[in-house]
Design a protein around this ligand. Structure first.
Ligand SMILES: Cc1ncc(COP(=O)(O)O)c(C=O)c1O
Length: 347
């Protein structure tokens, strides 16, 4: 880590002054995965437990929502609207954030995952969204969820509410700032452990978490790699999503749009499986390995795909094998497990 440049210093100041609604239990734990480290025979592999943020089973959306909810409250909004798939962890966290803030929550959930049983629309995250008091509207997979949310917002405004619309995954600049701040937390923990951070590996979908970490690293003058493992989107789509959130976040901090353009955008496409929300053999293998070697529960939609990417990257011949310290960001997702009963059966 080097001393931040003066634009970065000013941006860090802006970041600390933005309205933020505390939702999570942070700093989240960081620990060594000793057995997985030995299995891969490369860098020391650490796990950053953002599955333990505490908000209705936790996950990466908590940190994004601290900034998004902060802005919603500063704008005087009384209702949250957001979208996701039927088993969206993001939607569950929005529902919980709304409950904490005493706001109404409307969720537009799309049936975007093929070949699932009828139970898929009843258990796991969607059940928890309803339990948390959100109004849930299900739409077909190819419907335009942005348009449905915009129409809903218009209707609610006509009815006298003040809605705040959160995009898919909370992945605009404001949401990404949650992970710009998280990077500083992680860097400090690694420094205290005397383990210089070389790379972070994570499951990447709507791209905001990856964008935030990239910006956070740039703000700290860090030179390492943020290794995003796609959970479904193509390289083009994921790169565009990360870039959008990165540019938007830079602008919110008063930085030029291309301030962090020097940070390499790394997207791994080898572990996304046949479709978003559909695991494959590598997903299940990673799920089993984390559970049986380390007692860590991952999920079949996001974190196990990310972990599969981590295992390959850290093994002999992998892109991160020669490094010293690699962190896997556990982004949560286990609340969806009951919608994937095959996770216990195929092993
Ligand atoms: C458990 C989990 N991990 C990873 C991600 C991916 O994060 P992002 O959408 O910021 O790329 C998500 C997004 O919903 C998630 O729910």
């Amino acid at each position: 880590m080097s001393i931040p440049s003066s634009p970065a210093f000013a941006a860090l100041h802006s970041l600390s002054n933005l309205p933020r609604s505390p939702l999570g239990m942070t700093p989240t734990p960081l620990s060594l995965l000793a057995r997985v480290t030995a299995l891969c025979g490369g860098p020391q592999i650490w796990i950053k437990r953002d599955d333990c943020t505490g908000l209705a089973t936790g996950g990466n959306k908590t940190r994004k929502l601290e900034f998004l909810l902060g802005q919603a409250r500063a704008m005087g909004c009384d209702t949250l609207i957001s979208q996701g798939a039927l088993q969206s962890n993001h939607a569950r966290q929005v529902a919980a954030a709304g409950a904490v803030a005493g706001m109404k929550v409307h969720l537009v959930l799309s049936d975007a995952v093929p070949d699932r049983s009828a139970n898929y629309a009843k258990v796991g995250n969607i059940q928890l969204c309803r339990l948390l008091g959100a109004q849930v509207q299900c739409i077909v997979g190819d419907a335009n969820a942005d348009e449905v949310c915009a129409a809903l917002a218009q209707q609610l405004r006509r009815d006298g509410s003040r809605p705040y619309v959160i995009p898919m995954g909370g992945s605009n600049g404001m949401g990404a700032l949650g992970y710009a701040a998280a990077f500083a937390e992680l860097a400090q923990q690694m420094q205290q452990l005397n383990a210089p951070l070389d790379a972070v590996v994570l499951a990447s979908g709507s791209g905001g978490t990856q964008a935030g970490l990239m910006l956070g690293g740039w703000l700290q003058g860090w030179q390492g790699r943020i290794h995003g493992v796609s959970v479904g989107p193509t390289k083009e789509v994921l790169s565009a999503r990360v870039n959008y959130a990165l540019v938007d976040a830079c602008e919110l901090l008063g930085l030029p749009a291309d301030a962090a353009a020097s940070v390499e955008l790394i997207t791994e496409m080898g572990f996304k499986g046949p479709h978003y929300g559909v695991p494959d053999a590598a997903t299940f293998k990673a799920l089993e390995l984390a559970a049986r070697e380390e007692g860590i529960l991952l999920d079949p939609v996001y974190s196990a795909k990310g972990f599969a990417g981590l295992l390959q990257a850290c093994a002999t011949g992998g892109a991160l094998h020669g490094l010293s310290n690699v962190v896997f960001l556990h982004t949560g997702g286990v609340a969806a497990m009951s919608a994937y009963p095959e996770a216990g059966e195929v092993l």
